[in-house]
Design a binder for this molecule. Structure first.
Ligand SMILES: *[C@@H]1O[C@H](CO)[C@@H](O)[C@H](O)[C@H]1NC(C)=O
Ligand SMILES: *[C@@H]1O[C@H](CO)[C@@H](O)[C@H](O)[C@H]1NC(C)=O
Ligand SMILES: *[C@@H]1O[C@H](CO)[C@@H](O)[C@H](O)[C@H]1NC(C)=O
Length: 507
């Protein structure tokens, strides 16, 4: 790691600097130990052919992202005001042409890199759930007065790279920032200092609290400061009476800095004073040029909870079908009806506070229910996550899905595996491929048909893969990822304890 910039101009900054340096090294060690192998087992069980499969036939071109941004008309301008109690932000893919932080082509990740980072996020999520099963903490290094660190053996959060971003305003006057929005994280944070050392990212835009009239530090003796432990998985620290947060991600990215309060402007009219957020002094890793992260998890530090009085814990989003399209993130229900939205109960999976749980009871491929015992899903549970790219199924469930899918795709030429994706096809001579529909059955008798763009991961015309992967173990939690959420209107009615879906929510 390269040198950490001084955190203030006073001479007392050196002790915090050494804490940051020390901590960064420890964090890297901890996070690297979280990386674990990932293997899929082969299964040659024969299956009977379904005579009349229910399928999609689409133009291959429609699954490929355009090289230029094609914003949806409803989302133009970045924000819109719908009623007195809801507001809408434009959502773009971090790596797509609509993202203004994606101007340097040479820094664009390959598909294999994106998928490998996705696996790092998933490993980190799995370790969180395993931590909850058998709590363990590790005291790292010899206790020192300023640098003793008791860190949970498994870290608190997950970043990943297949993410979507929104623009919000922070401070007064407000600075527009591109933040990754993440339903699997609680703490919102932004880079208040340029990324130091081994950064993969450009260094802008950055939020500087010194240029804002409304920034306030949170004191480390406050109850607010102690809330960080549950929201981030790291105990807060103290530096000249300012509360210090730490957040580390499964891909070894991390952010350490002041816990502060600031004016957050979601739109020009929806403004929150005293919004709690992390003002990052030392940020490193794969932020893809984003200025930070907007935490939409379930802990009470999340934006959903901090804006509960206004929006009543109700938000929804739509992720665009390709990385060149735009979707939306809407806070509040406003006067809108939920017509066409089918709901399933929001469930708690294990004790993992941040994540929203779904009760998956079955999966169908090509109109045929897969022979998977309900216990496979119920014993480990499933979460929905905006930041995981590829849906992870319990190993047994994935094998059944893959076998059924392969059976119905027998007439196509296969292509090499791509990172975690083991079922790929070469469509270079196929203009309009036909592939089976996939549906999920959820608790409460709800069935969700995935959009036609939510089934395949298109790396290129000659490598189009089934966009699902299996967990190494049936006991690891399943994850309903963002490829499978494409184009769906996804509604989180957290107060009403339900999650809903409607088709064709955005282009
Ligand atoms: C793009 O990234 C490369 C590799 O990091 C760097 O050398 C180059 O200067 C960057 N170009 C611009 C325009 O920022
Ligand atoms: C916040 O705390 C840091 C560290 O103590 C200090 O350098 C900075 O000036 C404080 N900012 C404000 C606005 O009080
Ligand atoms: C979060 O919960 C704690 C403890 O229950 C409470 O003291 C605190 O006020 C809550 N914070 C917010 C932002 O709701």
């Amino acid at each position: 790691m390269a040198a950490t910039p001084g955190i203030s101009s006073s001479s007392s900054s050196s002790s915090l600097m050494s804490y940051l340096l020390y901590f960064s090294v420890i964090l890297t060690l901890i996070l690297s130990s979280l990386e674990k192998g990932f293997a899929l087992e082969e299964n040659q069980r024969p299956r009977t052919v379904e005579p009349h499969p229910v399928s999609h036939t689409v133009e291959l071109n429609s699954l490929l992202p355009a090289t230029s941004c094609s914003p949806s008309s409803s989302a133009k301008g970045g924000e819109s005001k719908e009623s007195s109690s809801s507001s809408v932000l434009k959502v773009v893919h971090k790596h797509g042409p609509c993202s203004r932080i994606n101007k340097n082509k040479s820094k664009t990740l390959t598909h294999a890199q994106i998928l490998n980072q996705d696996q790092a996020r998933v490993d980190s999520i799995h370790s969180l759930f395993n931590t909850n099963k058998s709590p363990s903490t590790t005291t790292v290094g010899k206790p020192r007065p300023s640098a003793a660190a008791t860190i949970p053996a498994q870290s608190g959060s997950v970043l990943g790279s297949g993410n979507y971003i929104v623009n919000v305003g922070l401070g007064s006057p407000k600075k527009q920032l591109s933040l990754i929005f993440d339903t699997g994280s609680d703490l919102t944070w932004t880079q208040c200092r340029p990324c130091a050392g081994s950064c993969y990212d450009q260094k802008e835009p950055i939020f500087d609290p010194a240029t804002s009239a409304s920034y306030v530090n949170v004191s480390c003796n406050s109850a607010t400061c102690s809330q960080l432990a549950s929201a981030t998985g790291y105990n807060p620290r103290c530096y000249t009476s300012t509360c210090i947060y730490t957040i580390g991600y499964g891909d070894r990215s991390f952010s350490v800095g002041y816990f502060g309060k600031e004016r957050l402007s979601l739109t020009s009219t929806d403004v929150f004073d005293g919004f709690l957020f992390g003002c990052g002094q030392n940020n490193q890793g794969h932020f893809g040029g984003a200025a930070g992260l907007l935490g939409l998890g379930r802990d009470n530090i999340s934006l959903v909870e901090q804006s509960a009085l206004k929006y009543n814990r109700f938000f929804s989003y739509c992720l665009p079908s390709t990385s060149s399209g735009t979707g939306y993130l809407r806070f509040g229900k406003g006067g809108r009806s939920s017509k066409g939205v089918k709901f399933t109960p929001l469930v708690d999976v294990s004790d993992s506070g941040s994540f929203y749980g779904l009760n998956v009871v079955g999966i169908s491929v090509g109109g045929k229910k897969l022979p998977i015992s309900g216990e496979v899903f119920s014993s480990s549970g499933t979460i929905i996550d905006s930041g995981t790219v590829i849906t992870r199924l319990q190993a047994t469930a994935y094998r059944a899905l893959r076998d059924a899918f392969r059976q119905q795709m027998k007439s196509y030429t296969s292509a090499p595996a791509l990172s975690i994706l083991d079922t790929c096809y070469d469509f270079s001579n196929v203009k309009t491929p036909t592939y089976p529909k996939i549906s999920f059955a959820f608790g409460g008798g709800m069935t969700l048909d995935l959009d036609e763009t939510g089934i395949l991961y298109v790396a290129s015309a000659d490598q189009v893969c089934l966009a699902f992967a299996g967990n190494g173990d049936d006991s690891d939690v399943g994850i309903f990822g963002n490829v499978q959420q494409k184009r769906l209107q996804v509604v989180y009615d957290v107060g009403g304890r339900k999650i809903g879906f409607a088709p064709a929510g955005c282009p």
